[in-house]
Design a protein around this ligand. Structure first.
Ligand code: GLA
Length: 746
């Protein structure tokens, strides 16, 4: 077993291949965090926290009042905080008893260690495919209010990943009210740390920002009812010297898609505390006696090997322990989506002409985007009415699907199940199915309201509507969109004192609907989307092996979006397409080759009318698809390395196959210079003693000038030469030229 309990010291030690996590029950039965970091063996580390009297402003527990400083909750590292008990740092919990007393103080009562992974009622969480996980469940009680706290830990030793969650149960006789219930507290008592987080906005998601911690609290959060474009529920705490290749760093990824909050506090004594969980604003959960509340999971890791190692751990873990779709590791089709080609303005003929041209060039699936149903010629109306718009598609979907199939393509379709337009039959029939505040006109985003998925009847209705769609048509793929953030949170069936549960119950409803549909239709490939990457999180990956990364398809902007996304999420999860040039979002031009190089750092597909291309361009597309299919395994299932970031002159990344025998380097120069500093790069992840041959070297968008680069063709080098001396690229000209280099081990 990799989880040990030492009865002498009352210490729990969790070992993974390269990390150790340790906690202890103190003499007063309170739980302390002792250590998380590089693997240290089983020594008990309670000596790290000698008693120090800090005076009256960091009070002691009542029982330790005379042993001043021995056990102050305000000073010692905690595993999960109490409430209103003298720990003045950011807390996990706010709870109120029937007499109005707001407080909690937990004591350890029991623990359980077993093989396997815990599951969480109603919430997606990591699974244990290879029977490698071990679980520790610690039970703590506050006997005064009858609140039980269970802290759940599963460790995946080989992956160096620890998953945590918390469950609160009312074991008392009166109702308890939770105003905050975080999933975890992680105290890092020593060291200087920087916060690396991923912020952004619609069409510019997951921009990395790295800052030294300030004293006090810094928050990464969303109150939008979605994990959001604006802050991803994933952060890294790294030592100041940490870079891609070396240095200490912790990762924390919340497995939740709704409003959340991650606080990092640097306290007055140099301790760094991270708490993470559901956002406490608009949250109030009533626990009747016997009821439990489960806080979502957090995926924790630590490495001393830098950011690339940390990212690769998340990539691997999400693919093998979170994504459940059978398509995760399988070869997925190269698709063409009609959205940027036609927007709402299409006919059957138009779709067929796009499909026909795409099929001729090697595309494998056509996706019909928004506008195929109800009264939907723009975004003013129609959401909720999932009957085919026969004016656009006479005879329904099946005749179209048949024709698409005859071209040798599979068929996929766009849906937005969680929404309703006021101008729809569904809304007219069930106005109370939308989230709206009584007596107020709701805020309207994209002319749509949010269906109340906290209600079982609404979830059941949607289950039936979309099951019918999938039962009655041969649909191979679903793009599941969600195009506004949540306001006016109020459910018309929930009692007044439970309205604070609506936004989380909404998420539970979304997960229930997703669970039902993905389980009933396992052969359908589901892609997530929320106005691009507005809900790009680990919980969504449990249902969607891929998520549309951004509504911004401009290659230069995608470089930064995909780069930021790669810190936490795998290439195989990033929906990415080649679109038209000049780009529709920025007006900027980019060569066709560069657009494809960038889209190949993702699931790869097209989103333009291929009929508008010249014959030369069509041949180029044919070759891109051939190239992508040839290197599919390497790109989608290989290890991903960031070689040069978008703030450098050249953006460079590399894939290495799982068996180290192949590598693909991709490079884009967003703005070439006259008399440039040469783009030099060192490869990573190769075998130093092996020899590699550059089998394929391609340059795109170089304005007819073929650089003199003979030394890059058909050359052989040792892995050591490639990794330690590196390669230098010739000068590239043009608007955002790019290159790809494919190497094979001899
Ligand atoms: C969102 C998606 C787009 C497209 C439109 C359709 O913005 O991100 O890709 O599907 O909706 O309305």
């Amino acid at each position: 077993m990799s989880i040990f309990y030492d009865d002498q010291t009352k210490t729990f030690t969790l070992q993974t291949a390269q990390t150790t996590y340790q906690l202890q029950v103190d003499p007063w039965a309170r739980l302390l965090h002792l250590y998380y970091g590089r693997r240290i063996g089983d020594d008990c580390m309670d000596g790290l926290y000698p008693a120090m009297d800090r005076g009256g402003f960091s009070p002691d527990y009542y029982e330790t009042a005379l042993q001043r400083g021995a056990a102050s909750p305000d000073i010692r590292p905690q595993e999960y905080t109490g409430f209103n008990n003298g720990d003045f740092r950011v807390g996990c919990l706010e709870v109120t008893a029937p007499d109005g007393a707001a407080g909690a103080d937990f004591r350890y009562t029991a623990h359980r260690i077993y093989r396997g992974k815990y599951t969480l009622e109603g919430l997606p969480s990591a699974y244990d495919a290879d029977q490698e996980a071990e679980t520790l469940i610690l039970t703590l009680e506050d006997p005064v209010i009858g609140l039980r706290l269970e802290l759940l830990y599963s460790i995946f030793s080989r992956q160096d990943m620890i998953t945590r969650a918390a469950r609160l149960t009312n074991c008392g006789v009166g109702d308890l009210v939770l105003d905050k219930a975080a999933s975890i507290c992680l105290d890092i008592p020593f060291g200087k740390w920087e916060l690396l987080h991923f912020h952004g906005r619609h069409a510019m998601e997951r921009q990395p920002e790295r800052r030294p911690l300030m004293n006090g609290i810094q928050t990464v959060s969303s109150k939008r009812g979605a994990s959001s474009h604006h802050h991803n529920p994933f952060l890294i705490l790294c030592a100041p010297q940490t870079n891609e290749d070396a240095g200490d760093c912790f990762g924390a990824m919340l497995v939740y898609s709704g409003s959340y909050r991650m606080d990092v506090e640097l306290d007055s004594l140099g301790l760094t505390r991270l708490t993470a969980g559901i956002h406490d604003e608009l949250f109030r959960w009533k626990l009747h006696p016997g009821e439990s509340f489960t806080a979502p999971e957090v995926l924790l890791t630590f490495t001393h090997r830098g950011l690339t190692a940390l990212s690769q751990r998340y990539h691997h873990f999400l693919r093998y322990h979170m994504c459940r779709s059978k398509f995760t590791l399988a070869r997925r089709p190269v698709l063409i989506n009609n959205w940027e080609a036609t927007f709402f303005n299409f006919t059957t003929e138009k779709i067929l002409s796009i499909a026909e041209q795409a099929a001729a060039l090697g595309v494998e699936m056509l996706v019909l985007d928004d506008g195929w149903f109800g009264k939907r010629d723009d975004d003013l109306s129609g959401l909720g009415d999932w009957q085919v718009n026969e004016r656009k598609l006479p005879g329904g979907l099946n005749p179209l699907i048949e024709k698409i199939h005859r071209m040798g393509l599979r068929f996929g379709i766009w849906i937005e199940p969680e929404m309703v337009c006021e101008d729809s039959d569904l809304y007219r029939a069930h106005p109370d199915w939308a989230l709206t505040l009584p007596g107020r006109k709701p805020a309207v985003g994209r002319c749509q309201l949010i269906l109340d998925l906290s209600r079982d009847d609404v979830v059941d209705y949607l289950t039936e509507v979309f099951s019918k769609l999938l039962r009655e048509h041969e649909i191979a793929y679903i793009k599941w969109d969600m195009n506004r953030n949540m306001s006016d949170v109020y459910s018309h069936t929930m009692p007044a004192d439970r309205q604070g549960e609506v936004s989380h119950r909404y998420m539970l409803g979304v997960y229930k609907l997703l669970e039902r549909l993905t389980t009933a239709f396992p052969d359908v490939l589901f892609e997530g989307c929320a106005g691009g990457g507005g809900r790009f999180d680990a919980a969504m990956l449990a249902y969607f092996p891929q998520i549309w990364c951004s509504d911004d398809t401009d290659a230069a902007e995608r470089l930064t979006i995909q780069h930021g996304t790669s810190f936490g999420y795998p290439i195989s999860a990033m929906g990415s397409h080649v679109s038209v040039s000049p780009n529709q979002q920025t007006g900027r031009s980019a060569p066709l080759g560069t657009r494809a190089v960038v889209a190949m750092a993702g699931t790869f597909g097209y989103e333009l009318d291929l009929n508008t291309l010249t014959e030369d361009e069509k041949n180029e597309v044919r070759e891109q698809i051939r190239f992508f299919k040839t290197h599919y395994e390497l790109i989608q299932n290989g290890s991903y390395y960031r070689l040069a970031a978008p703030d450098e002159d050249a953006v460079i990344w590399q894939f290495v196959s799982q068996d180290d025998t192949e590598a693909l380097v991709s490079l884009v120069l967003p703005q070439p210079h006259a008399n440039p500093i040469p783009a030099h790069f060192a490869l990573k992840g190769l075998e130093a003693d092996a020899r590699y041959r550059i089998e394929d070297f391609r340059i795109y968008g170089c304005r007819g000038q073929t650089p003199r680069a003979a030394w890059l063709f058909e050359r052989e080098y040792s892995g050591a030469a490639l990794m330690y001396a590196g390669l230098t690229l010739p000068q590239l000209f043009g608007d955002a030229p790019s290159a790809q280099l494919y190497l094979k081990k001899l």
